[in-house]
Design a protein. Structure first.
Length: 234
């Protein structure tokens, strides 16, 4: 049975790591600098490269770029003992690696199991280092596009609220004017006389005039929600 080929690139512990991972059933190859790593990868075509970022000649990211340029189909797990996890992990994935691991977290038993899983995924889905960047870029582009769409919707919603608020003020002002004019006419023709009657009629007229506004607002709100749902689906 053929063993999975594992290339370990580390300027300090490559040989020791090679002995350890060989015990887990891998066919192990080692390199202590970036140039040797690229040359070895081109020669043996490993199933996975365990790649330290801080290495001489070419650093880990430069090695990764060379693997892509030379179309060496392999999976790459990058690691470091010195770099911040979150920012470095994002950069590694965007560059084409399948994972980033902090060196202090690299327990041999766990890493061996993870390496087997990555190799299995690569063989099953054929997602190799040369293919991962477009996938990640598409996800990032889609996220950015959705963010822009959300910002546009929020901006449109803010403008709609502003227009609606202004229209409501104007409409209420008009309705108040109409109510006052109606009360004045009723008073002039003697249909209302006391201050209590005038107040009561004014309130009733104003309420009757305001009923259509509430209905229009509900319809407008429903249309806005429907428009938003349609855009989100698209």
């Amino acid at each position: 049975m053929l063993k999975d080929k594992l290339l370990i690139v580390d300027d300090e512990n490559a040989e020791l790591m090679g002995i350890i991972y060989a015990d887990f059933g891998f066919e192990v190859f080692t390199a202590s600098d970036g140039r040797t790593a690229v040359e070895t990868a081109a020669r043996i075509r490993p199933d996975l490269v365990l790649l330290d970022i801080k290495i001489p000649v070419l650093d880990g990211f430069e090695v990764l770029e060379e693997l892509k340029k030379r179309e060496i189909e392999t999976r790459v797990v990058m690691y470091s003992a010195y770099l911040d996890y979150s920012d470095t992990a994002i950069r590694c994935i965007k560059s084409g690696a399948c994972d980033f691991v902090h060196k202090l977290d690299m327990l041999p038993e766990e890493m061996a199991e993870r390496i087997r899983k990555y190799i299995l995924v690569e063989k099953t889905l054929n997602l190799r280092v040369s293919d991962t960047t477009p996938v990640v870029d598409k996800l990032i582009h889609r996220t950015e596009k959705l963010t822009i769409e959300v910002d546009k919707l929020e901006s449109e919603n803010a403008r709609w609220k502003t227009r609606n608020y202004r229209a409501e003020i104007i409409t209420k002002s008009v309705y108040i004017t109409l109510s006052i004019a109606a009360v004045c006419l009723l008073f002039r023709f003697g249909l209302v006389k006391s201050g209590l009657e005038i107040t009561f009629v004014f309130i009733v007229l104003f309420i009757l005039l305001m009923i259509p506004i509430d209905r229009i607002q509900r319809i407008s709100a429903q249309l806005a929600k429907l428009k938003t749902k349609i855009r989100l689906k698209d």
